[in-house]
Ligand binder design. Structure first.
Ligand code: ZN
Ligand code: ZN
Length: 446
């Protein structure tokens, strides 16, 4: 079990009291080293990071100056306690996990559905699930789309793959110049498998894809589908560049759902898809550095807030999914360095009851996740923060030179539709002149 640092004794006291009272907001009692700039300040910090717990405050490079003075300054920056995308290097022995969707099947502004981005210090990046609404969270992270070409699906509910089309097409348009590679489980019948689902998803996109031919770099508009046996017991489904990913079954709705284990550089990361608590997770997730597992909203909240019938709430909230108290039981068996709960609407009036129920069965390190929560994991430290994102973000430049579209690939309009054009030649010609001159090209209007 790794050392988890605490800023000051007063924060530790707060955390311990919180645990005793059962109202801790996803933050285990932790031990932090005093930071040079923070005497007397940690209680506010503790409250701010109630979603996941501040674990190990490291000064970022921008504020090293203030850090070294050991005191507050009216002109020097203090250490940030949030993650600003595209401002931090990832160490060679470090992993970074970012929650890009933590909520329910019905996405809402605060929470997209299941999606997790795992970044490794060797440069590899993996997306686990791409649920409804999550593609915009990924966009906010300012990562070139060429690096976002590997997606692993736990199962085929839309809250776990509903934004695959958005990443597929939007990513290609914004700089992914290679196939999107997708891994997902088979089903009990071929029609319930990932291959069938994604072949038909691509068919559903026929109009979209045909309409882009001859207009954009075509290389990203392809999908490599890797379907693996959902019954595989910790079987290897991916092995490249020192990274091994295995899958094992989950118990959820129908046969087919799975969970994943990633092993790299001595680290073990586990992503659990939707499931009733199962013996395979208890076995194969043991000792994970970070273990994600679903944790559904409480049955009373399903009835009161989600308007389920009591019968439906009991069936869905405890039998199809994992209830909070059962989540805690699973984590007390596998004992991860950090347990991460997701799949609930995390609000001011739902968090305490979920935490209370988890704490009846588990007292270890815990993050009750929310979108944009970030974990930096090294051998001896796990730092939990929130990302602060820029809503005006644009896609980063492509990592390779764009390929010119082949205009001969355009599919023409019918004469009837083409004949409906208003005459805009004079209006548009100045723009053609401007761009032709600026870039030394000779484009003509259609
Ligand atoms: Zn599901
Ligand atoms: Zn789900």
């Amino acid at each position: 079990m790794a050392r988890i640092k605490q800023a000051a004794p007063s924060a530790l006291t707060v955390a311990i009291i919180a645990v005793i009272s059962g109202h801790i907001l996803g933050c285990a009692p932790v031990e932090r080293e005093p930071t040079a700039e923070a005497p007397g300040e940690p209680e506010a910090q503790q409250a701010d990071t109630g979603q996941g717990g501040q674990v190990g405050a490291q000064p970022d490079q921008a504020s090293q100056g203030a850090e070294s003075t050991g005191k507050y300054s009216p002109v020097k920056a203090r250490a940030r306690d949030f993650y600003a995308p595209n401002t931090e290097d990832l160490g060679p022995d470090e992993m970074r996990l970012i929650a890009c969707g933590t909520g329910m099947p019905t996405a809402r502004p605060k929470q997209a559905a299941s999606c997790w981005l795992l970044e490794l210090g060797n440069g590899d990046k993996f997306i686990f699930d791409i649920g409804t609404g999550s593609a915009e969270r990924i966009a906010a992270l300012q990562i070139p789309y060429n690096y976002l070409d590997k997606v692993f699906l736990s199962h085929l509910h839309t809250d776990h793959f509903g934004d695959l089309d958005a990443l597929y097409v939007g990513g290609a348009l914004a700089g992914r110049q290679k196939h999107l590679r997708v891994w997902g489980p088979s089903g009990e019948t071929p029609e319930r498998g990932t291959k069938y689902a994604l072949e038909h998803l691509q068919k559903a996109l026929t109009w979209d894809l045909d309409g882009r031919k001859g207009l954009t770099d075509p290389r990203g508009y392809n999908m490599e589908v890797n379907e693996f046996d959902y019954m595989g017991m910790n079987e290897v489904i991916y092995q490249e560049n020192g990274v091994t990913i295995r899958s094992f079954p989950a118990i959820h709705s129908l046969d087919g759902p799975v969970s994943f284990v990633v092993e790299w550089n001595g680290f073990k990361f586990v992503f659990g898809g939707d499931t009733y608590p199962n013996k395979w997770y208890a076995k194969y997730a043991k000792g994970a550095d970070l273990a994600i597992h679903e944790c559904f909203i409480t049955v009373p909240d399903m009835i009161d807030k989600f308007k389920f019938t009591p019968q439906g709430a009991l069936a869905v909230g405890t039998q199809i999914h994992t209830a909070p108290e059962a989540f805690g039981k699973v984590m007390s068996i596998i004992k991860p360095r950090m347990a991460v709960a997701y799949h609930f609407f995390k609000d001011y009036d739902t968090t305490a009851s979920i935490s209370d129920r988890i704490r009846t069965t588990y007292d270890g390190p815990l993050s009750l996740s929310i979108d944009y929560m970030v974990w930096n994991i090294t051998k001896d430290d796990i730092r939990v923060r929130m990302a602060i994102v820029d809503e005006d973000v644009w896609p980063p430049p492509a990592t390779d030179k764009p390929q010119l579209p082949d205009a001969t690939q355009r599919i023409p309009y019918s004469d009837e539709i083409s004949g409906g054009r208003l005459d805009m030649k004079k209006v548009l010609q100045p723009t053609y002149d401007e761009i032709n001159k600026q870039y030394g090209i000779h484009e003509k209007q259609e």
